[in-house]
Design a protein around this ligand. Structure first.
Ligand code: BGC
Length: 763
């Protein structure tokens, strides 16, 4: 009889959510509900919940459905449409306990509408815009039946050789932490249980951005103080903002892989930070414990991971195989498994899936007729957000904005590159829907002026690199070379330049060069493009470089050659329109670098907030025996926080409300900002603090606050920042987070170097 009823329920699944019908009362109390369910589960069903399976060509869908119906899979990733996921949820509803599946995906900077890459979003310093991008991404992804995203990625990266620098928000702890909170709230909305929300799985916990030498998947060896002070706060900020999940990093930390790290996962994450959500391993990370050299075989790997508190095994090959035996032999306890299962069930509860397993899948009759329909995109937001993320690095003689009536030579391998415009981790974005720079400029210029397009160069002439990049992408060739000889392409571009008033060269990296597994030994623009730039420079025509890249590049030569440089990163679906808006002056650029641009790869690391040293290099006072390289100019090419505008801003009258601060008091730091130019514009006023003498060495300065403000031409405004003891706290040698009385310098500037300073004393 019972069986019959259940079958009846299955038949009317879409309209009758199973859990709501059967257990409405129990559903009110999450803990009781989860415990009750757990009690009914067999060991196999429990272990099934711990498996997160990637849906790809190698996984026949029919087999997956069988596995799901048998209760052997807890969730999938990379399956991203309602028609694809519905049959899997149907299969789950046929399983004995009808525990719903969840569907995950890497929604990093957009889902169908692709927003600028994360590093670019950070360049906007615009929390509203960043939040908007996350909210729209969540809405689009939820509408495609997704429940959870492996984002935000908040790994601090201070080594731009690391390809995943593109995926994070830069080098600064404060800025990244602010964005981490904003992104989690944007993805999850008012609740991850909402139909238009995704649960956020913050990653990669922890310290992945500090891999040795910028080599992906490498080791991290770091002092506890540096960890606590600089690298851990962004993950903590995401958790404080309510992130329901954490993805554990692939790297080791001081000798113990994160995936087997009980200090990281239990002591820090769960006990100290009070995290109560789901911990997911990264792809195949449990198996990799063998290669790391901490597990002798798969059995030991599974044991270490479950003991460390890795709830779900991504792309699982070991939990299903090894956990039953480990339990039987007493090497792990039932509670190890139960605790993990509890987190998975609780996460599904929090996603609203027990109330309605079809919450985001909806009814078949409501499925979008065309998944890729233009109407599903959020183009105007994408354009607006992309414009805010562009950083003007140079603008000699006001070369920009361009005249719409000009004849413009548009050259470079990235001028017409729809795939690259999307950047890496472009989720469900379609290259056909992204606006190239050529499209964008043509749309502005119309009949008024003229664009002469010439490719000018391939991304690189190094065939091995092209092969590598194409190997990274399984769907389509990432990099398609123009078969013509390099010189022929350059000649064509030079001819275009000679026939034009001004040259715009779109140069940099293909998106695959700034990606997972794309570490570089040098930060130059590839030689093929450097040859092109040199030839263009030789024409004597004004030269504008539009950079596309996912990491800081060393562009000392290009900075000399170019009259103007606009850093556009990978600007997303509407990139071409957004860049054209800036090039032609329809939008005044306001982005600021979230990461330092070194002069050369040899200077790394170049982050601005380095610790004080005993023999500091003093600009303008060349001398031996100071901390510097003797064979190059000391200091970065472009500092953290730097970015120009088509107008000019001046700062004056910096003042502190007092020369002392009580531990419970407040200090007001103020400055007058004036737009001294002829056009309206936005800028980011940044506040840095230096602890002059502490119980241990402190950074030369640290970003503690900022305000992005719009000023009309000629307008001036006094800005106020509040400083409290909280802003002065740091982790001391005992890892105690406290402020120490003494002198502090406060600096306010439009970047991290060009600042005004006042001092006060903390009493
Ligand atoms: C990456 C993660 C990602 C996962 C799933 C891994 O290779 O390191 O960042 O979330 O794949 O796509």
């Amino acid at each position: 009889m019972k069986k019959l009823c259940l079958l009846g329920l299955v038949a009317t699944l879409a309209s009758h959510p199973v859990w709501a019908e059967t257990k409405p009362a129990a559903l009110k109390d999450k803990d009781a509900f989860v415990s009750d369910l757990l009690r009914q589960m067999t060991l196999d069903e429990k272990i099934g919940q711990l498996r997160l399976i990637s849906i790809g060509p190698e996984m026949p869908r029919e087999l997956i459905r069988k596995e799901i119906a048998a209760g052997r899979i807890g969730g999938t990733f990379n399956s991203i449409t309602r028609p694809e996921n519905r049959p899997m949820q149907d299969a789950a509803m046929q399983s004995r306990l009808k525990i719903p599946m969840f569907f995950a995906y890497d929604v990093i900077h957009g889902h169908r509408t692709i927003f600028p890459i994360s590093l670019a979003l950070a360049s906007s310093w615009d929390m509203d815009a960043i939040g908007r991008s996350g909210r729209i991404a969540a809405q689009e992804a939820a509408a495609d039946s997704l429940d959870i995203t492996f984002a935000p990625m908040v790994d601090i990266s201070r080594d731009p050789r690391w390809g995943r620098t593109s995926e994070g928000f830069g080098e600064d702890t404060y800025l990244t932490s602010r964005i981490a909170g904003v992104m989690v709230k944007a993805f999850q909305g008012t609740s991850p249980a909402n139909a238009d929300s995704l649960m956020a799985s913050v990653k990669h916990f922890a310290l992945y951005g500090a891999v040795e030498g910028g080599r992906d998947y490498n080791v991290v060896d770091m002092s506890p103080v540096k960890m606590y002070q600089d690298y851990l706060p962004p993950y903590h900020a995401a958790i404080k903002a309510g992130a329901g999940s954490v993805m554990v990093a692939l790297n080791s930390i001081n000798g113990v892989p994160a995936t087997a790290n009980t200090w990281l996962m239990n002591d820090l994450l769960r006990k100290d930070w009070g995290f109560k959500g789901l911990a997911v391993s990264d792809h195949g990370a449990i198996f990799e414990l063998i290669k790391h050299g901490v597990a002798k075989d798969g059995r030991e790997a599974a044991k270490l991971a479950i003991k460390a508190g890795i709830d779900m095994s991504m792309n699982d090959s070991l939990y299903a195989k090894e956990l039953p035996g480990l339990l039987k032999s007493g090497e792990i306890e039932q509670s190890d498994i139960d605790n993990a299962v509890r987190e998975v069930l609780a996460a599904k509860y929090d996603m609203g899936l027990f109330k309605d397993p079809y919450l985001r899948i909806g009814k078949a009759e409501d499925d979008p007729v065309d998944t890729y329909a233009e109407s599903r995109l959020h183009r105007s937001d994408a354009r607006d957000i992309a414009r805010r993320s562009l950083v003007l690095l140079k603008n000699q003689n006001d070369t920009l904005p361009l005249k719409k009536s000009a004849t413009i030579a548009l050259v470079g391998p990235l001028a017409k590159a729809p795939i690259d415009m999307m950047g890496s981790w472009a989720a469900a974005g379609k290259p056909e829907q992204s606006v190239t720079l050529l499209d964008g400029m043509n749309a502005v210029i119309g009949e008024k002026g003229k664009i002469i397009y010439a490719r000018g160069a391939n991304i690189t002439n190094d065939k091995a690199v092209v092969d590598y990049l194409n190997f990274l992408n399984f769907d389509a060739p990432e990099v398609v070379d123009d078969a013509r000889p390099a010189q022929e392409m350059i000649d064509e571009a030079v001819k275009a330049a000679k026939d034009a008033d001004v040259v715009v060269a779109a140069v940099g990296e293909s998106r695959g060069m700034s990606h997972e597994s794309s570490s570089r030994t040098d930060l130059n623009i590839p030689q093929s493009q450097r040859d092109l730039i040199k030839a263009l420079k030789a024409t004597g025509k004004p030269l504008v470089l539009v950079l596309m890249n996912g990491r800081p590049l060393s562009i000392v030569d290009e900075n000399k050659q170019a009259d103007a440089i606009l850093e556009t990163w990978f600007a997303g679906t509407e990139g071409g329109h957004a860049i054209a808006d800036v090039l032609f002056g329809d939008y005044n650029p306001s982005g600021k670098l979230p990461i330092t641009f070194p002069r050369s790869v040899g200077q790394i690391p170049t982050y601005y907030n380095h610790l004080s040293v005993g023999r500091p290099f003093t600009p303008g006072k060349p001398g031996n025996y100071t901390s510097q390289y003797f064979d190059d100019t000391t200091g970065p090419l472009f500092p953290f926080g730097y970015g120009l505008s088509y107008t000019r801003f001046s700062l004056s009258d910096m003042a502190l409300s007092s020369t002392t601060l009580n531990k419970t008091g407040k200090l007001d730091a103020s400055v007058t900002v004036k737009n001294t130019g002829k056009v309206d514009g936005e800028t980011v006023v940044q506040l840095y603090i230096q602890d002059v003498a502490g119980s241990m060495i402190r950074p030369v300065k640290e970003l503690k606050n900022f305000q992005k403000i719009m000023l009309k031409a000629g307008e001036e405004r006094t800005l106020h920042f509040t400083i409290t003891e909280e802003d002065l706290k740091f982790y001391n040698t005992q890892l105690k987070f406290a402020a120490e009385p003494g002198e502090f310098n406060v600096q306010i500037g439009l970047d991290s170097q060009d600042v005004q300073q006042q001092s006060f004393e903390l009493l």
